[in-house]
Design a protein around this ligand. Structure first.
Ligand SMILES: *Cc1c(COP(=O)(O)O)cnc(C)c1O
Length: 233
């Protein structure tokens, strides 16, 4: 078995254990394999091990892999998730080539994605990124501006608003990790109480997966625990 296949199996076991510990069904958490900086052959290894959903941060690199994979794995129907910062002049290829975007952090980006989503494709699945630790350096909507932006994004015709994404400030302390993820979950609950139909909490990476699952993550975005350490991009 390749090391990527072994790593995937280990991460799946970790997700299962974390769900069982908090009384959740293992199938309630989807594993998004974050393949940024790794090439198409690494993605192929993961595909051969059964992985179907991949997360990418850098547009050009992602487009090359999205174009290469159908020839390498003709039988596999893959799902591509854009999770990186978005420049407004780069929204068209994102709207054309991805199934999900987790990193929408302003209304203008959502409007462009909706306008540019090709009619023959289904609605683009969207998570709004929230700056939960309110760090100046991080992208994401401030919690206070979230309700208004979410209400407007939910009305855009070619998008389907699914929920929230967050990258809390790194902490080695599981209680602190859980507090940040719980805050994201409460924001989601407020939006649901306002009438939005949301089913996705995209939170948890290699270092804080357990805490995220304990607080209700439905998609965990895991890179280095599957593909190994990244070199600077
Ligand atoms: C790189 C990245 C990940 C994966 O991080 P790891 O620590 O390697 O698991 C998850 N989410 C986002 C937004 C990322 O940029």
């Amino acid at each position: 078995m390749s090391s990527i296949a072994q790593n995937l199996q280990r991460v799946q076991h970790q997700i299962t254990a974390a769900t069982e510990k908090s009384g959740r069904a293992p199938s309630s958490v989807q594993l998004l394999a974050v393949s940024k900086t790794f090439d198409a052959s690494a993605v192929l290894e993961a595909v051969q091990a059964g992985q179907r959903a991949f997360g990418e941060n850098y547009l050009q690199e992602a487009l090359e892999k999205i174009a290469a994979l159908p020839a390498l794995a003709p039988q596999a129907s893959l799902e591509w998730h854009f999770i990186g910062p978005i420049q407004s002049n780069k929204t068209r290829p994102i709207a054309e080539h991805f199934d999900w975007v987790h990193s929408v952090d302003r209304l203008k980006i959502a409007q462009r994605l909706s306008e540019q989503r090709p009619a023959e494709l289904g609605p683009l699945n969207i998570c709004l990124q929230v700056n939960i630790s309110e760090e100046d350096s991080k992208s994401g909507l401030a919690p206070a501006e979230l309700p208004q932006v979410a209400a407007q994004v939910a009305l855009l015709p070619r998008l389907r608003l699914r929920g929230l994404m967050a990258i809390p400030a790194p902490s080695a302390d599981e209680a602190q990790q859980r507090a940040a993820f719980a805050a994201v979950r409460r924001l989601q609950e407020q939006l649901q109480a306002d009438g939005l139909m949301l089913d996705t909490l995209s939170m948890g990476m290699s270092a804080d997966l357990d805490a995220a699952v304990a607080e209700g993550a439905s998609i965990v975005r895991i890179g280095s625990a599957i593909f190994g350490a990244r070199h600077a991009a």
